[in-house]
Design a protein around this ligand. Structure first.
Ligand code: NAD
Length: 447
């Protein structure tokens, strides 16, 4: 952590002294969660439970005293189903039913909601199928694989009226909520620039071979809406992130969280111009998306945001491997990787520091924030039970997703893209080719 921290007045409020963001004064995080229990059961099924999905299953199962029960588990990797059922059983005592085919599982009335933690190409299609089947949805970020799917998601939400919470869980973390409130109250004056970053040290994904499909995997269902290609041995699991056919790169894997915070803190909608530079520099392998990316989002009201990522060099900024800094005419405010923030004056002197006992676990790719996720789950339950507004609404999440998708489109065409106030690319037919994807016949999302 930076040495300047040693000079400042330490405001150790943790989560206990917050009076907003849903946390009452005098309550610790866990006691707060206990007082809002309800007997209304929320029965939830999981779709995609290898790593993040398994952490979500664990998290939802842990909420059993809040009336949550994980009833069903769906994955196309039979090993992941077995492991996840065992985990839920150990935590909550019940044995969820296992499924391979999402379409079959969605025929069941044994649950009210689903959580989705599949690869990105499945997010929007699965969420639409689930809403159509009458289920509420907790879906992982990014909301979608391409901009046209954002439109489809919003249409489906409107048509089916189900609750949708997107996994931008920072929108529920108490100190982050408090930091954003401080920004909105003018703590650093008018904000002109917001910077976001993420650094990691990811290994090469190598060069894959076309091999026989493993017997534990249903490759056809894994591909689902994506046009069919031969199975290669270096895609499943996780490395699909770095192939445009299924994934969306580091920018939507991690930039998503941080660009969403910048937009929220600065009350921004769509930019007027987006420019991305960078490339795959560290290894020569099957990885297509950039491992080094610099993005600028310019707004017509004279504000600018940046996103910077390095996937193969675990550096840091201000002591954080990921985070955001807002720069205003009275000072700056940094939200680090976790549930904490710092305020600096214009001479970069630290004037306030807000920490949390609930820490972000550096290097944990699956669930660095288990305790903090519970806030986001609780808000989802309140939305289902009492009509509360989800903290990460589909509208906001789709907007943040689209900003970063615009960055990836700029990257792929190798030039800036101009954007109108509805978030659409203007006068660039080559860039517009990335607006939608081709779907495998029979798998097109239908609202
Ligand atoms: N909010 C967060 O902090 C956070 C953290 C990590 C990951 N994520 C997101 O979670 C998602 C999953 O990430 P991951 O690292 O667990 O990926 P992963 O590749 O390890 O796991 C994806 C799982 O989905 C399964 N799957 C694929 N097609 C399926 C289908 N048709 N039906 C059911 N299951 C299917 C796969 O077999 C696999 O088990 C990603 O979109 C990622 O961006 C979010």
């Amino acid at each position: 952590m930076s040495t300047r921290r040693q000079f400042i007045k330490h405001v150790a409020i943790g989560t206990s002294a917050l009076s907003m963001g849903g946390v009452l004064p005098g309550f610790s995080a866990s006691s707060y969660r206990n007082i809002i229990g309800s007997n209304d059961r929320i029965r939830i099924a999981g779709i995609g439970v290898n790593s993040r999905g398994s952490a979500l299953a664990k998290g939802f199962a842990t909420e059993k005293d809040k009336g949550c029960v994980v009833t069903d588990i769906c994955d196309v990797d039979s090993r992941a189903i077995g492991k996840c059922i065992k985990t839920v059983q150990e935590i909550a005592g019940n044995k969820p039913k296992g499924h391979e085919d999402i379409r079959k599982m969605l025929e069941s009335d044994d649950y009210d909601a689903v959580f989705i933690a599949t690869p990105d190409h499945w997010h929007a299609p699965a969420a639409i199928m689930a809403m159509k089947a009458g289920k509420h949805v907790y879906m992982e970020k990014p909301a979608s694989h391409n901009p046209d799917e954002n439109r489809m998601l919003i249409e489906a939400e409107k048509k089916y009226g189900k609750v949708v919470q997107v996994g931008n869980q920072r929108r529920s973390w108490p100190n982050v909520v408090h930091a954003i409130k401080e920004l909105h109250d003018g703590v650093i004056g008018e904000i002109h620039f917001g910077r976001s970053w993420y650094y990691n040290k990811r290994p090469s994904m190598g060069i894959g071979n076309i091999t026989a499909i493993p017997d534990w995997l249903n490759w056809d269902l894994w591909q689902g809406p994506a046009p069919r290609v031969s199975y290669k041995d270096n895609i499943v699991h996780y490395n699909w992130h770095w192939r445009w056919h299924w994934g969306t790169g580091e920018s939507l894997n991690n930039g998503m969280h941080f660009v969403d915070l910048l937009r929220w803190g600065m009350k921004l909608t769509y930019p007027s111009k987006v420019t991305s530079t960078g490339g795959r520099y560290y290894y020569r392998d099957d990885w297509e998306t950039p491992d080094t990316q610099l993005v600028n989002f310019e707004f017509s009201n004279g504000k600018v945001l940046s996103w910077e990522s390095q996937s193969c060099n675990r550096s840091s900024m201000g002591g954080y491997s990921s985070g955001v800094t807002f720069y205003g005419d009275k000072g700056s405010l940094t939200i680090g990787s976790g549930n904490e923030y710092q305020i600096f004056d214009l001479d970069n002197k630290l004037v306030k520091q807000v920490d949390s006992k609930m820490v972000f676990e550096e290097g944990n790719l699956v669930n660095p924030t288990q305790d903090l996720d519970a806030y986001h789950f609780q808000n989802f339950f309140n939305a289902i039970r009492e009509g509360a507004k989800p903290n990460s609404t589909l509208t906001e999440a789709c907007m943040s997703t689209q900003l970063v998708q615009l960055a990836n489109i700029s990257h792929r065409v190798g030039r800036a893209v101009k954007v109108n106030d509805r978030g659409m690319i203007e006068n660039d037919n080559e860039a517009l080719k990335f607006w939608k994807r081709d779907y495998e016949k029979g798998w097109e999302p239908r609202i």
